[in-house]
Each structure stands twice: as structure tokens, then as C-alpha cells.
Ligand binder design. Structure first.
Ligand code: MG
Length: 385
């Protein structure tokens, strides 16, 4: 029987790659729902191509156009964020892929968990800001969260079939697009320069987050939640070749790593097929004689201050990761708009963290409030810089 999917955020980078996997295995999947924030044209064409049952557009400004584009077809058209939360809880979906970017991923992730759906999670914020809520909920509802991120998928794969907990996680990082830029020149780099990433082709924000390694910091927080380890058990390693996507060390010092050339479809497919290994179209086998060396470096805290700030945030726990995320997003956006220097991204985040906007999480609304406070505060700091 085909696996029924709902993809929350089908028009972004992970969403479209998820559909690429579905396209290469059409008999294995059926799509129940696709959602998008505002890209109604792409959403409409995806809905037609995959004969989906339902689409949801978050921004109601595009509802009319989407409805007209799908007129006469047997596709239900809904709008609004509440509708997205509802469709994520559909009991007739086998897997809910949460590939929406940003804070908007939190609510649908929670609603899919509460409906006991298998969750394929590509949304960082869900675990970065909501990990303390989401992991206990997943446990309560018996939900397996399968990560769609090359690193977390690698760790998940390495832990498969193991009954002992990990002793240490080696979280690999490319080092980002500025890894070889002289330290003194970092304050001068332009957004255009940052956007040339050596390995992964990604959106603008995540490429900057990769250059600051704030993204790796988020991944540390996610890994701590997902795999139940302390931040001290996570070693971030710069591995330029991006062949080892991460590794796990056990009590006996055995290290299990997942290796391959970089291709996001591997992690996506692994999650969609629930661990079953399937061929990937046009994906090259690893050639050890072309990639004849694998290197490992310690991240320089001076080059990557955001990584240390992320460790501070997860060590403090509660709402601190929310402050980190909110301030990070505002600062990164300001850099992309040319309002601040690259090196000031960390300064804005550090200032927001030291303002102690955090505290303990008692409910989701605490997270939303702190997020908004962190953004307002960071915007003010940016104006003063
Ligand atoms: Mg990653």
C-alpha cells in the first residue's frame, strides 16, 4: 500500500526535493495535503502534478488566486495557519513532512505529534525553540521523529539497531563559505560573498547561518533534544569534504558514521521510506580514490562565535534557545540587507542573550512572547550599531 504523505511547506527547498523523491517512486506514495506560505503558483502546479486531495495556503491574500487556478479539479483549497495546524493532524496521513522554514513549523509539528503521526522533521525551529515541549510530547504519543537534515539523519542512522546510548556525537560541519577568509577580513565580507557556499546549495538565510556556524549551533541544540544527550557530549567537527555527515561514538569507542557524497535526497528518502534503503536517481557512488582524504578540524571560537553562543543558550535551556533563534534571524536578515557587518551578527545575538529575555517554558505562548521580545530587542540594537 502506498504511504500517504502530507507535506507542510512543499514549495521550499526541502519540500520540492521531497516531491522529487515522490516523483521517482510514484507507486510508493500518495499525497494527501500540500501547504505553502505564499507561493501559490508552484503550489497549484504541484497539486495538479501529484493529484493531491487538499492544499492550504497560509497567506490568505493568495487564496482566491489559488482557488481559481485549481477550479474544476477535485482538490480542496483551504487557507490560513489554523488550517495548516488542522491538516497536520489528519489521521489519514501516514507521514507528515514538516519542511516549512522558521517559526511557522512549530504548531504543525505539535499537532502532527498529538495526532500520533510519524513526523519527518526538516524544520529547525521546532526542536531549537520547542524541543523541551516536543520531545516529551513525542514520547507521550509514541511518535518517532525522523530528522530530515543530513547530520541528524546520519546520527539517526548510526543509532539504528543499537541498544546502548551514544557516548559522544561527532557533528560534522563544512565550515561554511568563509572558512578560508582571513579572520581580520571577516568584518568586510559582503552578502554576495557569503552566498557562495562550497558544498550545499541552500537558501540565503541558511547559507549565512552556515558561514557563522549559527546553523551548526542550532543543530547542536536539535541533536541534544533528539538523541537525549547533553551538549557536552556533542563535538562539532569541521570536515571540509562533507562525506561523513556525522558520527556516533559508543561506550567501547567504536564510531559509526554515515558517509556518502552530499545529497539531501538521501536523508529525505530515508525518512519517507522509514529506513528502507532505496536507490537514488543520478546519485553517484562514493569514490574513495577521487576523494582520497578526509580531514577534521576544530572550529576556531574566534571565527565562529555564534557556535559558542548556541552552546551557552542550550546550557541555559528554557527560553534561551528561543532568544538565540529570534535574535539570530533578525541579525542575519539585517546582514543580508546590508544593515550590519558579518561580524556584528554574533554581537547582536550575544547582546540579546545577555539581556536575559529567557526563563523557563511553561507554555507555547511563552515561546511566542520571548521570540517577539528577542526580535524587537535585536532590531533596536541593530539601529544603534
Ligand atoms: Mg545540516
Amino acid at each position: 500500500m502506498a504511504t500517504r504523505l502530507s507535506i507542510i511547506g512543499s514549495t521550499g527547498s526541502i519540500g520540492t526535493q521531497t516531491l522529487e523523491v515522490v516523483r521517482s517512486y510514484p507507486k510508493h506514495f500518495e499525497i494527501e495535503t500540500l501547504t505553502a506560505n505564499s507561493s501559490w503558483e508552484l503550489l497549484a502546479s504541484q497539486a495538479i502534478e501529484f493529484s493531491v486531495e487538499r492544499v492550504v495556503i497560509a497567506n490568505d491574500k493568495y487564496y482566491g488566486r489559488l482557488r481559481d487556478a485549481l477550479k474544476g479539479r477535485n482538490i480542496e483549497v483551504l487557507c490560513g495557519v489554523d488550517a495548516i495546524e488542522e491538516v497536520a493532524a489528519s489521521k489519514t496521513s501516514d507521514v507528515v513532512v514538516v519542511s516549512v522554514v522558521g517559526f511557522a513549523g512549530l504548531a504543525p509539528t505539535i499537532s502532527a505529534i498529538k495526532a500520533s503521526r510519524r513526523v519527518a522533521l526538516a524544520n529547525k525551529e521546532s526542536l531549537v525553540v520547542g524541543g523541551e515541549i516536543i520531545m516529551p510530547l513525542a514520547k507521550k504519543y509514541g511518535v518517532d521523529i525522523i530528522p530530515i537534515d543530513s547530520e541528524h539523519s546520519a546520527i539517526y542512522q548510526a543509532l539504528c539497531g543499537e541498544s546502548t546510548p551514544p557516548k559522544r556525537i561527532l557533528l560534522t560541519a563544512s565550515g561554511g563559505s568563509l572558512r578560508d577568509v582571513e579572520l581580520q577580513k571577516l568584518s568586510e565580507v559582503t552578502p554576495q560573498r557569503v552566498l557562495c557556499h562550497p558544498v550545499w546549495e541552500m537558501g540565503a538565510r541558511i547559507t549565512v547561518d552556515s558561514a557563522t556556524m549559527l546553523n551548526k549551533g542550532f543543530e547542536v541544540i536539535e541533536a541534544a533534544h533528539l538523541f537525549g544527550v547533553t551538549p557536552q557530549q556533542i563535538q562539532v567537527v569541521i570536515h571540509r569534504q562533507s562525506i561523513i555527515h556525522s558520527a556516533v561514538e559508543f561506550a567501547d569507542n567504536a564510531i559509526i558514521a554515515q558517509m556518502s557524497y552530499p545529497d539531501m535526497r538521501l536523508a529525505i528518502q530515508y525518512a519517507l521510506f522509514d529506513g528502507e534503503r532505496m536507490a537514488i536517481n543520478g546519485f553517484q557512488s562514493f569514490d574513495p580514490f577521487t576523494t582520497n582524504s578526509l580531514t577534521f578540524e576544530k572550529p576556531d571560537p574566534e571565527r565562529y562565535p555564534c557556535l559558542g553562543l548556541a552552546f551557552d543558550a542550550i546550557n541555559a535551556g528554557g527560553l534561551m534557545p528561543t532568544v538565540l533563534n529570534g535574535a539570530g534571524e533578525v541579525a542575519t536578515e539585517a546582514f543580508l540587507q546590508g544593515k550590519i557587518r558579518f561580524t556584528q551578527i554574533a554581537e547582536v545575538i550575544e547582546s540579546a542573550l545577555s539581556k536575559s529575555l529567557g526563563g523557563t517554558i511553561t507554555s507555547l505562548s511563552d515561546i511566542y512572547e520571548t521570540d517577539s521580545d528577542a526580535r524587537v530587542y535585536s532590531s533596536e540594537i541593530i539601529k544603534q550599531l
